[in-house]
Each structure stands twice: as C-alpha cells, then as structure tokens.
Ligand binder design. Structure first.
Ligand code: ZN
Length: 497
C-alpha cells in the first residue's frame, strides 16, 4: 500500500488580492506534493482561503460591497491563481463552507469536552492586522512591528483555551523531533517562546465585535469563534473531519502530515495548533516547513511604498514555468529573498535560455542531423554517473532547500553543456562514429535525468523535453534498447531582448 502524505499551505485572508509571497508559498508546496507523488506516495495537497476574519469584513465595508459578495470575489482570485501557476492541489477549502463550519465546531466541542475551554473576562491589546492579542513586549513604540499600527484596547468576556496545560507536551514534542520544524532558526524561535511560559489565549469574541461574521461558538449564540481557532481547523476539515471520513482516517490519523507556511504565522502552527489537536485527541503534524518573506528590490512589500507585484501580471508576461523557476531558485526556501525584474531577466537568460534551453537544442539537433533523429539506448555506453546528484537532490527537497535541489539540476545541465564542448560531437560524427554514439548516449541519459528531476519544479518544461526526445518520464531508469525519436519544436526558452 502507498504511504499517505498530506501537505497544506496556510490559508490567506481574502481582504486583498494575492501577492507574490503567497504565490511562492503555493509553488513551494506544489513542488513537495509533486515530489512525494514522484516518490510513489499517495498525496493529498490542500490550500484555501480564510474568510471569517474581521479584516475581511472591514475591507468589504471600505469598498461598500456586501461582505459575502466581497469575499466570493476575492476568493475567486486565489482560485484563479492556483490555475495559472499550474498547482496540483487536490482541494481548495473556504472557511465559509459548511464542511469547515461543522468541523470547527466539532473541534471546539472536543476541546470543551476535555475541560480545556473556559470563560473569563479579559482586557487586552488587539492587533487587527495580526488578528491577535498582543502583550506590551510584543510591541515596538506601542505599535505592532508587523503592521505598524497601534493595537486597540478590547475588554469583554471571552472563552479561553487552556494552552498553559500543554507547555510540557509541546516542549517534548519539538525537542524530541516528533514534530520537526524546518529551518532550525524557526524551531529555536518556537522553543524559546514555549520556554518563556505559555498563557491561555482568548478564542472567542462578542458577536458585536465580530460584526456578526464568523463561526458561532457551539452553545453560545452571543459569541463568535476567534478566527485562528476556526481557521487552523481547515487542515482537518479539508479531509472531512466533521464526518470522520475514510480520507480523514487515511491522511490525517494514519498519514504523514506536513504544513508549509510563512514565518509570520509560525507560532499559530507550531504552538496553538498542536495544542488544539492534542486537546481534541487527534494526531499531530510530523513536519512543518517555514518560508521567509519575498522582498521587492530589497524592500519589504508594502502598500504605502506601492511596490506590490501582481503575480498575474508576472505570470502573463513570463509564463508560469519561468515564475516557478525564479521564485524557487532565487529565494532560499526557509529564508527571506528578493524579487526584482532585473534578477528575473538574468535568471531567465542565464539559467533557462543559455543553460537548459541551449542544451536541449544542441542535443536534439545532433541527434536529428547525424542519427536521422533516432537513438537506441545502450546502457553499456554510459560513462557518466549521476547518482550523487540524485541523492543530494532528494536530501535538499526533504530538508526544504528547494533552491539547492534546483542547483543540483543546474550543475547537471552545466556539466552536460561542458561535455558537449569537450567531446565536440560534430567532429566525432565524422571522425569517430563509435565515440560519437557514446557521447550522444551519455547526453540523452543526462537529458532524461534532467527532465525527470525537473518534474516537481517545472512540470510543463519536463514534459516538453520528454516530448522533444520521445522520452517517457514514467520510467525513472531508461529501459535497455529504448528508442528515442527526436521531434524538434520551438526553442524552449528563447532569449529575452
Ligand atoms: Zn499586527
């Protein structure tokens, strides 16, 4: 039986259009989902939208559009984004869906049944940007460092979750590696936060403060669930937790659960969520990947700077494959990185046009001109061994260094281009046909490896390469006597002017 592998992205608020940072998050998760499928796992990959936040309501009010209509319109943009970047997600969950609402209430009741939810009156500083209560020490100059705004003072009677009870469990879970947090810096951040002592946190708000938007607290019509306490449950709800489906049993309770999200929401995913799951008696995630922020020309993305990048525009101009390549290669997976059109152009011309595109063109032309477009694979002629590349590639993906995995593929591409330069097959074909055949067999072998390894990252490019050479990527190893038949097409990545 296949291993069951589950991966999610975070679910963004729908108060604004999708930005380039979330586009990267989707693409990173897509690579991991496609990689696990390539490794033979059964994969469930989900993404979605967080629609119950107060800031969605405020955004709707600012534009004078009914909340429901505003949210539907914006959620559709996120769905559109998954299409244009060729995302292989199995589900897209919206937290206003009935299956999510029932699941969020079920999980609440499970925690309630454990005695982990209680009511008390509370006064605190609330940042609506973060949708989170802040303490004085979280603030810089009395402002939220993330949003640069002063939190509002909120005083009311709320429900609280007994997070303090899970302090020791969480510490053991993370220190033992039962829950792996990658990269290390984010693991340390979580551990440090737990060691400072965990406080119970408010998980509801009055109906009035929530503007009557969100998921009602079971058994209390006057309270709405705190948006994070509802949103996090989307990860189990996409699998049908509310109805305890087979899918939920397979992928959550008996599967390998992985979350991928940005560094700004680390605390929610590595502290609140595991505690909620433990309280509800559910299985915990095994691994989380935390990515950094995408800056634009060295500056943090901000509306006031007007330096936002519309992912739809970039994709329309360069194509999904190029944008996937650039974001995955240029931005270190677990760290901050920089987006700029200049760097995108350099990567395009350097890596894609002169590197990969040129190699494909050279090999295809040689087979076409000197072998009548056909090459029969003979293993005995192979002299290059790419096993090390493959091992490094796998480690890089599994340790969330997707940029390094691509780096390994590009080493292979440079090596193959160098090999062509060194062997001079256009001379060999006239002077030493036996050497020529050896050269071409080694090159087709590299082409196959390159296309095969590229599949999770640039699935359409991998397919195009396979089509050009008449290759079959369902074989990891090329079968003996396999007949390659070259069918040359337009250049893969024509140089940009
Ligand atoms: Zn904030």
């Amino acid at each position: 039986m296949k291993n069951k592998f589950y991966i999610s992205t975070a679910i963004p608020y729908v108060n604004a259009d999708p930005h380039i940072g979330f586009t990267m998050e989707l693409i990173q998760a897509d690579v991991i989902a496609r990689y696990q499928r390539l490794m033979g796992d059964a994969v469930f990959f989900m993404t979605g939208t967080d629609e119950n936040a107060l800031k969605n309501v405020q955004a709707a009010e600012r534009t004078n559009v009914p909340v429901r209509e505003f949210i539907d319109k914006h959620a559709q943009k996120f769905i559109d984004l998954t299409k244009v970047i060729n995302l292989s997600n199995d589900d897209f969950i919206r937290t206003t869906e009935e299956r999510h609402i029932r699941g969020a209430q079920k999980l609440w009741q499970a925690c309630m049944g454990r005695g982990d939810i209680y009511k008390k009156s509370y006064k605190g500083l609330y940042c609506i940007g973060c949708e989170e209560f802040k303490t004085e020490k979280d603030l810089v100059d009395e402002k939220c460092p993330e949003h640069g705004i002063k939190p509002e003072i909120v005083e009311e009677e709320n429900y609280f979750f007994r997070l303090s009870k899970y302090e020791k469990d969480l510490l053991r879970l993370i220190e033992s590696g039962e829950l792996t947090i990658i990269p290390e810096a984010k693991r340390n951040e979580t551990l440090q936060f737990i060691k400072q002592g965990l406080k119970d946190f408010s998980i509801s708000r009055s109906k009035t403060r929530a503007k009557n938007w969100g998921i009602p607290v079971p058994g209390d019509d006057e309270q709405i669930q705190y948006v994070w306490f509802d949103a996090l449950t989307c990860y189990v709800n996409a699998l049908g937790y509310a109805d305890d489906t087979q899918k939920f049993q397979d992928y959550w309770q008996n599967g390998y659960v992985t979350h991928l999200f940005g560094k700004g929401v680390n605390r929610f995913h590595t502290i609140y969520w595991p505690a909620m799951l433990t309280s509800a008696g559910l299985v915990l995630p095994r691994k989380v990947f935390v990515h950094g922020y995408v800056n634009i020309d060295g500056e943090k993305i901000s509306k006031s700077l007007g330096n936002t990048i519309d992912p739809f525009n970039v994709i329309e101009k360069y194509g999904a494959e190029v944008v996937r390549y650039f974001l995955l290669r240029e931005i270190p997976s677990g760290d901050d990185g920089d987006f700029s059109y200049k760097k995108l152009g350099e990567r395009y011309n350097g890596d894609l046009a002169n590197g990969l595109g040129n190699l494909v063109q050279r090999v295809a032309t040689l087979i076409e001109n000197s072998l009548d477009g056909e090459l029969i694979y003979d293993k005995d002629k192979i002299t290059n061994d790419e096993l090390i590349t493959q091992a490094k590639y796998q480690d890089s993906i599994e340790e969330f260094r997707l940029h390094d995995a691509l780096g390994e593929i590009w080493k292979l591409i440079s090596k193959a281009n160098q090999y062509v330069d060194d062997r001079k097959p256009w001379v060999e074909t006239k002077e030493n046909p036996s050497n020529f055949l050896e050269t071409m067999t080694n090159l087709i072998d590299s082409m196959h490896d390159i296309a095969w390894l590229l599949q999770p990252f640039m699935p359409e490019t991998a397919d195009k390469i396979a089509k050009i050479f008449g290759d079959d990527l369902s074989n990891k190893e090329i079968p003996e006597n396999y007949k390659f038949k070259v069918k040359k097409e337009e250049g893969l990545f024509p140089r940009l002017k």
